[in-house]
Design a protein around this ligand. Structure first.
Ligand SMILES: [Fe+2]
Length: 327
């Protein structure tokens, strides 16, 4: 979606280390550090996706292939005993699955992607996500711990309350005030909740657009959220900056690029509404929660049955940290 075609390059600066993602001519994804192996200069200065056959450093024009090989060095004869093959881009382990690119932000780490669950990839293939169009994106900078930003996407309890003036009202048929079905795939969660118009019989019709009747909210461990809607799908990557700050990259995907004024108007309106709902309601709530918790005002917190996926999420984090500290 972000790199839909072979021969594309995009930088990602949200993780504290500069990342460069490429899709080579053969369509394979690569993840590198966005740093020239000459003197460390950032090769790509912004985060726009672009079509390039090589990546050229703006400083001394060292040129790299999209597979990371160093292929061009101006005045190479002026280096002593220089061997281009010894200075490729620094590679990080990566894998593409269900339209998403997974990476491990440590060049020395083993490429262990056992965390990526096949069922999620199958779901995303069925939803068509790998081929969807990136309609719009926006970055949010939040004053909250990243786990508190994740929480509202793990429960439906708040929907009729926090979103009472936007997507929550019963009359809008968008969400029912019920416990959703939460399925776990490894450390990932898929929550399925019927919209107001949902009836079990709708599933008998293979022609229906499931997104009109059911909302799927995926929490991909540890920090990605995917939520379906009738006309679009939201993808959010929730990146911790420090214990009290979080960066969220929000992406709105549509099945196709808008090809008529009505579709453009619908997508534009959806983009505005969803940013308002997430930005001014969910993210705002996370910041309010952070303020209260950081002050030490409450000794502990309590979760109800409609929020059951939240303690499971924390157990998952603790399990990973425990395993990490024992290894
Ligand atoms: Fe919400």
């Amino acid at each position: 979606m972000l790199l839909p075609e072979p021969g594309m390059v995009v930088a990602q600066d949200g993780y504290g280390i500069p990342l460069l993602i490429t899709r080579d001519k053969a369509g394979k994804i690569h993840l590198f550090l966005n740093a020239c192996t000459h003197k460390g200069a950032a090769l790509v200065d912004d985060c726009a996706a672009r079509k390039w056959s090589t990546i050229s450093c703006p400083y001394h024009a060292w040129a790299f292939g999209l597979d990371g090989r160093l292929i061009g060095v101006p005045r190479a004869e002026s280096y002593a005993n220089f061997d281009k093959t010894t200075r490729p881009l620094t590679r990080l382990p990566s894998q593409e699955s269900g339209g998403l690119i997974w990476g491990i932000l440590d060049p020395h780490a083993e490429a262990d992607f056992s965390i990526v669950d096949n069922q999620i990839a199958v779901d995303f293939q069925h939803l068509g996500l790998p081929n969807w169009h990136l309609y719009g994106q926006r970055r949010f900078n939040l004053d909250a711990n990243w786990k508190l930003v994740m929480e509202p996407f793990l429960e439906g309890y708040h929907v009729q309350r926090l979103h009472v003036n936007s997507i929550g009202p019963q009359g809008m048929d968008m969400f029912a005030d019920v416990v959703g079905v939460a399925d776990r795939f490894g450390l990932h969660t898929r929550q399925t909740s019927g919209r107001g118009n949902y009836k079990p019989e709708v599933l008998d019709d293979p022609q229906i657009n499931i997104r009109n009747f059911v909302t799927h909210a995926y929490n991909l461990f540890p920090n990605t959220v995917v939520i379906t809607s009738p006309y679009y799908t939201s993808v959010m990557i929730i990146m911790p900056v420090d214990a009290a700050h979080t960066r969220v990259d929000y992406y709105m995907l549509t099945e196709t690029a808008p090809d008529n004024p009505k579709a453009e108007e619908l997508y534009a309106r959806s983009f505005t509404i969803i940013q308002d709902v997430f930005g001014n309601e969910d993210f705002k709530a996370s910041e309010l929660c952070h303020r209260g918790l950081a002050s030490g005002a409450v000794p502990d917190v309590i979760y109800c049955g409609m929020e059951a996926a939240i303690p499971q999420f924390y157990e998952g984090i603790e399990g990973v940290l425990r395993a990490e500290s024992q290894s």
